[in-house]
Design a binder for this molecule. Structure first.
Ligand SMILES: *Cc1c(COP(=O)(O)O)cnc(C)c1O
Length: 243
């Protein structure tokens, strides 16, 4: 972009390069091909102008976590002529927001209950699209009381949610996602996710995506076989508190 971005383009380029180096090192350590890992840059709380700068740096996969912020940003980027962007919705989805989200998201990472499956399916059908979905797993549901609301299906609920997505006419089951529970070793959590993912993929060919790893734990996620990393702060900088 132009010189009037206050140095933001340079800052994003530097930070993105650092993240790329981390991913490359993690792939090398794990004997994995960098091309098998998708970096999703999570731009929540940051403006569409940052998306434009990131697109200029070659980023094509963007993540958003909240509606309506996400929808507005997708619209702004489309109006600005930014094409070929893939939008990932990674945050908790309220059932009554599923309709619009199904209209603008390309991949929803956070499908965690059958009621939400029904609502997303209806929204995707109304929008005339087939919506790709990951089922989000909460690997430590017992911890919910202390951490407040965290989304994700408890492992016991996973089969019902997986089968509901697989059976939905306008949804396509693509795999699983988790956010590493706090106060646990992320490597262990991502290994558990990988085992669950293998089971889902065995039953549902094509459901082979594993979304795991954020700014703090992307190395562990790559080591455990993640196909999608959701990285916000390490690229964009610290966010103001979300609420
Ligand atoms: C915000 C967010 C991220 C990115 O987190 P960082 O710590 O900023 O990298 C990843 N996943 C989800 C679900 C998020 O809400």
């Amino acid at each position: 972009m132009t010189a009037d971005d206050g140095g933001r383009a340079g800052e994003l380029a530097r930070r993105l390069q650092q993240v790329e180096q981390r991913i490359a090192a993690a792939c090398a350590a794990a004997g994995r091909d960098r091309a098998d890992v998708e970096l999703v840059v999570v731009t929540k709380t940051y403006p569409a102008s940052d998306v434009a700068l990131l697109a200029g740096l070659g980023v094509t996969h963007l993540g958003e976590a909240r509606h309506p912020e996400a929808g507005r940003k997708v619209d702004e980027c489309t109006s600005a002529g930014l094409r070929d962007l893939t939008w990932h919705f990674v945050g908790a989805v309220q059932t009554n927001k599923a309709g619009p989200i199904a209209g603008y998201a390309d991949l929803v990472h956070s499908v965690d209950r059958v009621r939400l499956v029904t609502a997303l399916d209806r929204g995707a059908q109304r929008a005339g699209r087939i919506l790709d979905c990951l089922v989000q797993i909460d690997l430590d549901p017992s911890d919910r009381g202390r951490t407040g609301q965290r989304s994700g299906a408890p492992p016991a609920d996973l089969p019902a949610v997986v089968e509901a997505v697989a059976a939905a006419g306008s949804l396509r089951l693509r795999g699983v996602m988790t956010v590493a529970p706090p106060r646990r070793d992320p490597a262990e959590s991502f290994d558990r996710l990988a085992a669950i993912a293998a089971g889902v993929a065995a039953d549902h060919p094509g459901a082979d995506r594993v979304s795991a790893g954020m700014s703090a734990d992307l190395e562990q996620a790559v080591a455990a076989g993640a196909t999608h990393l959701r990285v916000g702060r390490a690229v964009l900088g610290e966010r103001p508190p979300l609420r």
